[in-house]
Design a binder for this molecule. Structure first.
Ligand SMILES: *Cc1c(COP(=O)(O)O)cnc(C)c1O
Length: 717
């Protein structure tokens, strides 16, 4: 499985280096350089530079190697690339020098960095991807550990009657930015992971993400039985048995992989309970080295960070004891304890009986735990209070670090240039500084409005092109073309709703009262339209039913064309949507939204939020930077919640949002609207950036963990 790099003319040889470091994906000038090689091929390869370089005609490359315009751009990009990756003058070296060159391991079942490496499903993965990129920007030596899923998550198609179909595409490893990961002796790594009475072997791929590294495990090796080879084929693909095996490979295999590669992290960050078996393998290591188990537990807790991501019970993995027994018995033997003692690490009582719960395991064996927004921290402390019954609620050791988004990834490049002009040339170096962003108010309304309109036109062009392509490729029914957004009006107030279709997110709340909605949408002078997008997990029947409901309306004459559904929500679609709509809608049942990040991406691009008070919005809303639906306390009880919230949502649209959007001055600019837009950018961009977030992880957790500081000892021994 060795991967040869495409051979390129000497003068532009280093395009290979650039294509094999996902750094390019958050540097628009680097991305544009690949586009300039062959625009059509760039589109056909779906913006995969490795594939592009494999497929581009040698004559084309030879010509570019003599094209002064291309060479000028090439040299400029390569200079920035080299300068950014080699500089020692980083935020980390100035602020936290003790962590310079200290590896921080970050375990995650998914990483969403760019569509060309489709190893993510949704928000969790994108957060992990943003974390890696920001770590690189700050100068942290982050080492991500995850899976190479050659079939990734599914692509979504809707049948003519609105049923979600899952399509899997195969990513050839030679067309991905992968290097075989080598041991210090220069060998291809092959690591054995004991599972029950057998071993699963993994090989490892190295992906460069700026100065950060990802190590992706791959079970598709000859040494494995056919069913084990399939284990890492897809993200969240299998049944419970496949899932526990995947998690054993992720946690236990992940630690072994780092050892085999000669990497010695000082901090171990578990992104979500999927990776909680890391703690077990590390206990085994300490015990094998002669340490008493109690001390090993202390050591593991001191050095491990755990982030929990959802209050929704189904979002936490838990396994029946018999599966734990079947596959993990080698580990309790190594720890010198019995089955009962081992199961107690993760034991959790559900209404139907006891299970081994990955979040409980992580909470018990890690010393630095957090939820992903202030309100989610509160909710998590309540949820897990029973693990620390002797403590008052506010002393439950789960704090919070609110999620943020990676600014260079999610900000539109043209808006970036506009901000360059008004925020001062150095704004991006300190884009988590709220003072810098106050200058957004200096941008002339008209200029920002035109920039926003352009983004809207781009979104609609993108949607129409997709509709056209699907129409041709799949001989679609014209009604499907309509439902996928071909007739959207770029001048109409456009509401975006795009997220996973899980029932608690209430995608159909806006459809509660169709007559009232129709009146709002079809006002002749003030038309409104709604763009939906999102996947439902293939096993989530209620979620798929919601998609069906939305799609059915989108096809109807009454609302079709004004309610549309864009298929196959992924990073690329998200980029168009969060930049191109006018308002970003979010209406989950509180307090079930842990954080949410798509609204942060929208705000950064001048798209105000219209949201239930929950997740990040509970702390993000300041009274003038968007709209909150209903009461601000996510923990309050409300009867008949859906009807109540829908009513408030319609009222906000009718009395505030629609009138404000259409209130134009003589040059057609909505002044009042632009004030909300600017307040939204200025208040949200700095605080809800991945920069603020990663700095918090570093300053509050990683520094302590790297020092082995004993924050507190908590497990009830
Ligand atoms: C940002 C993003 C998410 C997460 O957004 P939420 O607000 O948490 O729903 C999910 N999927 C994609 C493709 C995204 O870009």
């Amino acid at each position: 499985m060795d991967l040869a790099m495409p051979s390129l003319p000497q003068r532009i040889q280093r395009l290979n280096d650039l294509a094999h470091n996902l750094w390019w994906s958050w540097h628009p000038e680097a991305e544009a350089l690949f586009g300039a090689i062959d625009r059509t091929l760039w589109a056909i390869t779906q913006h995969n530079p490795v594939k592009l370089l494999c497929e581009v005609k040698p004559e084309q490359l030879a010509a570019l190697a003599h094209d002064p315009t291309f060479l000028r751009r090439y040299d400029a990009v390569m200079m920035t690339f080299d300068a950014e990756l080699s500089t020692r003058d980083t935020w980390l070296s100035q602020s936290v020098p003790s962590l310079v060159n200290v590896p921080v391991a970050y375990f995650s079942a998914e990483f969403g960095i760019h569509n060309s490496l489709p190893i993510y499903g949704g928000g969790l993965g994108i957060l992990a991807g943003d974390h890696c990129k920001e770590a690189s920007d700050l100068g942290l030596s982050l080492v991500g550990v995850g899976f190479m899923y050659p079939q990734g998550y599914f692509h979504q198609r809707l049948s003519a009657d609105g049923r979600q179909e899952a399509v899997y595409e195969y990513l050839a490893r030679a067309e991905a930015p992968l290097f075989p990961a080598l041991t210090p002796a220069g060998q291809r790594s092959l690591v054995a992971v004991p599972v029950g009475d057998r071993q699963i072997y993994v090989t490892v791929w190295h992906v460069r993400v700026g100065r950060a590294s990802l190590y992706l495990m791959d079970t598709d090796v000859e040494e494995n039985a056919p069913w084990d080879r399939e284990l890492s084929a897809r993200l969240y693909g299998g049944d419970q048995e496949a899932r526990i095996l995947q998690e054993i490979v992720l946690g236990i295999g992940g630690v072994r992989v780092l050892r085999a590669l000669g990497i010695t992290p000082k901090v171990w960050h578990l992104n979500e309970g999927h990776a909680a078996f890391v703690t077990i393998e590390r206990l085994c290591e300490f015990v094998a080295a002669g340490m008493p188990l109690a001390d090993a537990i202390t050591e593991v807790r001191r050095t491990t960070v755990f982030t929990t991501h959802t209050p929704v019970p189904a979002g936490h993995d838990a396994f029946p004891f018999h599966l734990v027994e079947k596959y993990l018995h080698p580990y309790w033997h190594q720890l010198g304890i019995d089955r009962e003692r081992f199961l107690a690490f993760g034991a959790h009582r559900e209404s139907w009986g006891e299970v081994f719960h990955m979040t409980v395991l992580a909470l018990q064996l890690t010393g630095h735990c957090n939820g992903v927004s202030k309100i989610h921290g509160e909710v998590s402390r309540r949820m897990w209070h029973h693990l620390w019954p002797e403590r008052p609620l506010d002393q439950v050791p789960i704090s919070s670090i609110t999620n943020g988004v990676h600014t260079p990834t999610w900000l539109d490049p043209d808006l970036h240039r506009l901000y360059d002009r008004y925020l001062g040339p150095d704004w991006q170096k300190q884009h988590d500084n709220p003072a810098i962003w106050l200058k957004v108010h200096d941008i002339p309304d008209q200029e920002l409005w035109w920039a926003r309109l352009r983004l809207k036109y781009q979104l609609m062009h993108f949607i129409r092109e997709r509709a056209r392509r699907l129409w041709r490729a799949e001989h679609r029914d014209p009604v499907q073309v309509l439902a996928s957004g071909a007739l959207l009006d770029p001048e109409a107030l456009t509401i975006g709703f795009a997220r996973r279709f899980a029932t608690y997110k209430r995608a159909t709340l806006l459809l509660q009262n169709l007559a009232r909605l129709q009146t709002i949408l079809q006002d002749r002078w003030k038309p409104v339209q709604v763009v939906f997008a999102g996947k439902a997990h293939p096993a989530d029947e209620p979620g798929k039913h919601l998609i069906h409901q939305v799609y059915t309306l989108a096809k109807e004459y009454g609302l079709g064309g004004q309610i549309v559904f864009v298929e196959d929500y992924d990073i690329r679609v998200a980029k168009f949507l969060v930049r191109g709509v006018d308002v970003w809608l979010n209406n989950p049942i509180p307090p079930l939204e842990a954080s949410g990040t798509s609204g942060q991406k929208a705000a950064l691009n001048g798209v105000p939020n219209l949201s239930i008070s929950d997740g990040w919005w509970w702390e993000g809303y300041n009274g003038g930077n968007g709209w909150t639906i209903g009461p601000t306390d996510p923990l309050g009880e409300i009867e008949n919640r859906d009807v109540h919230d829908a009513d408030l949502l319609y009222s906000l649209l009718e009395t505030e949002i629609v009138p404000l959007f259409y209130q134009r001055d003589s040059d057609g600019v909505p002044r009042g609207w632009m004030h909300v837009v600017k307040s939204s950018i200025a208040s949200i961009a700095p605080l809800f950036s991945a920069r603020r977030m990663v700095k918090e992880y570093i300053e509050r957790f990683y520094v302590l963990a790297a020092d082995g500081k004993n924050e507190e000892l908590r497990m009830k021994n």
